[in-house]
Design a protein around this ligand. Structure first.
Ligand code: ZN
Length: 173
């Protein structure tokens, strides 16, 4: 079990573009385990490597329902190949933006090409919660956050609020 610290807004790292993985080595395998451990620990349903400070294009998800068993999914170098015209709306939260929920519209379905944790190329058709979640995480790989869906005014308010919360934790002795 290896828990990593979550990076939160306004950390600049969250705005950086993550790099493609060329080869899956023991380091990537460990990173994937760390991502799952950290995501499950925080009761998240998705996590991108950048959220624990690693700028690599790896995301993990588990959108299974509470009464089902765990369904861990890992996507390396994911690319959205197609999106449906039909839109769905979810209220989204983000482990990197504490206590903030934003109603966001995204394509209801999408097709994603990716590499699995054994290095094999794959394609998956996503819909519903999986579609929303995978789009949210792929946004992270490109430095995009859910607050970017808001007006500048609302976005600045949230960033200001979260910045203040951070300084409140600071202790000088
Ligand atoms: Zn997020």
């Amino acid at each position: 079990m290896s828990l990593k610290n979550l990076i939160t807004v306004p950390d600049d790292l969250l705005r950086k573009k993550s790099q493609n993985i060329e080869k899956i080595t023991i380091n990537e395998k460990k990173l994937i385990r760390d991502l799952f451990d950290t995501m499950y620990h925080h009761n998240g349903i998705g996590l991108a490597a950048v959220q624990i400070g690693i700028l690599k294009r790896i995301i993990v998800l588990d959108v299974s329902k509470k009464d089902e068993g765990k369904k861990p999914m890992c996507f390396i170098n994911p690319v959205i190949q197609s999106r449906s015209n039909k839109i769905s709306t979810y209220e989204e939260g983000c482990l990197s933006i504490p206590n903030t929920f934003i109603e966001i519209q995204r394509p209801e379905k999408c097709t994603v090409e990716y590499i699995n944790d054994e290095g094999k190329k794959n394609i998956i058709e996503c819909e519903g919660l999986l579609s929303t979640c995978i789009q949210h995480e792929i946004n992270h790989l490109d430095g995009k956050l859910i607050i970017d869906f808001l007006s500048k005014l609302k976005k600045d308010l949230i960033i200001k609020k979260l910045s203040k919360q951070k300084s409140a934790d600071r202790v000088v002795v």
